[in-house]
Design a protein around this ligand. Structure first.
Ligand code: CXF
Ligand code: ZN
Length: 366
C-alpha cells in the first residue's frame, strides 16, 4: 500500500515528506493506521548521526493508532483495536522471559537498527530500500508495522491523539519513579532536568505521595511548570548550588534522586545530595564512553545506590493502561506537556522541541 511518511534521508538534515510503499504485514506483524506520534529526543539523536541507525529511515517511536490488519499468527490484537506502539524486544532472552523487557539483551539492535531481525525492511521509495522497524514501528507515518511484543491495547474510549508519548518519554519518567526507584509515600525526591521525562517523573512522585518534590532546571518556565505539576521546591542551578540547597531543604539529603540529563557533573551532584541509603536513578543517554565520577567515601559509607534505568523499567501492557487511568482521573495531567503539529510540520515540531519552545510535540497524521 502507499503511505505518507517523514523520511530521514541523511544526517543533520530536515525530514522529507514522501509517499512510500509499505509491504503487507508478515504473519507475526500488525499494521496500524497511525493517528498521532510523539517526538522524542532520541529521534533527534538519530538524525544527528549519533547512533548507527542506517539512512534513509523513517523514525518515530511514540505511535498511537488503530489496528488495520494483523498477520495470521497474531493473537494479541485485532482490526479495530486502539493501540499504542512502544519499544521493541526479543521476547526470548532471560530479561524478556522475566518480564523486564526494557533490559532485553537485544534492546539496541531491535530498536535502533531499523530492519527486521532477518535484515529486511517493509518500506521502499520507488524501488529504493527505506529502513523501517525503528523501535519496532517507524511511526512518523500514516501507517506503521509493529509486533505483538510492542503493541499495547488501550481502552476503546482512549484519546488516541494524546497517547503516543506514553510509549516512551512519559513512561520513562513516570516508570523511573513508580517501577524502578519505587519512590515511597512521605519520601523526598528530586529530579534533575524538567523536560518531558522529568516533568512526568514529578507527576508520578506526586501520585505516589512523595512529600518533598524538588525540580532542578536552568529554565525558569520549566521550573514554573514543575511547580504547577507537583514540585514543592524549584532550584535553578545557574543561581544557586543545587546540592547545598537540597541539603538545606531536606536536612539529611534525598531519599530518591533522578537524573534525566545524562551529564556527568549533574549525576555527581545528584549523588552528593542523597541521604544515607538514598538511591539515584540515571536514565539520560550521553556520548559513548562518558564516565561518572563519584566521591567514593561519600558513596560507599552511606550505603548510597546508583541505578541505570531504561524506559522506566516498564511492563508496558500493564503500565501504559495504568497511566491512562490516572490521566482519566485527573491525577496525571501529562496533556499539559503537549503541543500538536500536523505531520507536514514535523520539522517545526523537531525545531520547537530542540529550542525548548515545546515540551512534548505530537504530530497528527490527518
Ligand atoms: C532510549 C533512550 C536512550 C537509551 C535507550 C532507550 N529510549 C528512547 O528514547
Ligand atoms: Zn524515546
Amino acid at each position: 500500500m502507499q503511505i505518507k511518511a517523514a523520511v530521514a534521508r541523511q544526517q543533520n538534515s530536515p525530514l522529507s515528506l514522501e509517499t512510500l510503499e509499505l509491504e503487507d504485514p508478515l504473519d507475526t506483524e500488525i499494521l496500524v493506521k497511525v493517528v498521532a506520534t510523539g517526538v522524542c529526543h532520541t529521534d533527534m539523536v538519530v538524525v544527528a548521526g549519533m547512533m548507527p541507525t542506517p539512512f534513509p529511515v523513517v523514525l518515530g517511536h511514540e505511535g498511537a493508532g488503530i489496528v488495520e490488519k494483523v498477520g495470521v499468527a497474531v493473537k494479541k490484537v485485532k482490526a479495530g483495536d486502539k493501540v499504542v506502539m512502544t519499544f521493541n524486544s526479543c521476547g526470548q532472552c532471560p530479561c524478556c522471559k522475566a518480564h523486564h523487557i526494557s533490559y532485553c539483551h537485544e534492546f539496541f539492535p531491535r530498536n535502533f537498527m531499523a530492519t527486521r531481525a532477518d535484515g529486511t525492511t517493509a518500506l521502499s521509495a520507488k524501488g529504493e530500500r527505506v529502513h523501517a522497524n525503528f523501535f519496532g514501528q517507524s511511526s512518523f507515518a500514516t501507517h506503521a508495522i509493529c509486533h505483538e511484543v510492542n503493541v499495547v491495547k488501550v481502552p476503546d474510549d482512549s484519546p488516541l491523539e494524546l497517547l503516543g508519548p506514553l510509549a516512551c518519554g512519559v513512561q520513562t519518567g513516570a516508570g523511573a519513579v513508580m517501577n524502578a526507584l519505587k519512590v515511597q509515600a512521605g519520601s523526598s525526591f528530586a529530579v534533575f532536568g524538567a523536560g518531558s521525562v522529568g516533568l512526568s517523573a514529578i507527576m508520578a512522585a506526586k501520585v505516589v505521595g512523595a512529600t518533598t518534590i524538588i525540580a532542578v532546571d536552568t529554565k525558569p518556565e520549566r521550573l514554573q511548570m514543575a511547580r504547577e505539576l507537583g514540585a514543592t521546591h524549584a532550584i535553578n542551578p545557574t543561581e544557586i548550588d543545587s546540592t547545598e540547597e537540597i541539603m538545606r531543604i531536606t536536612g539529611f539529603g534525598l531519599d530518591f534522586a533522578l537524573d534525566t540529563t545524562g551529564l556527568s557533573k549533574v549525576i555527581r551532584g545528584a549523588v552528593l545530595a542523597l541521604a544515607p541509603m538514598g538511591t539515584c536513578g540515571v536514565l539520560g543517554a550521553s556520548a559513548p564512553g562518558t564516565e561518572i565520577v563519584l566521591d567514593e567515601v561519600h558513596f560507599m559509607s552511606g550505603g548510597r545506590r546508583l541505578m541505570g534505568i531504561v524506559e522506566g523499567e516498564s511492563n508496558p501492557d500493564v503500565f501504559i493502561p495504568l497511566l491512562i487511568d490516572l490521566h482519566h482521573k485527573g491525577l496525571f495531567p501529562f496533556d499539559r506537556l503537549v503541543t500538536f503539529y500536523p505531520l507536514e510540520n514535523i520539522n517545526e515540531a523537531i525545531h520547537d522541541s530542540e529550542s525548548g519552545k515545546a515540551i512534548k510535540p505530537i504530530v497528527r497524521m490527518s
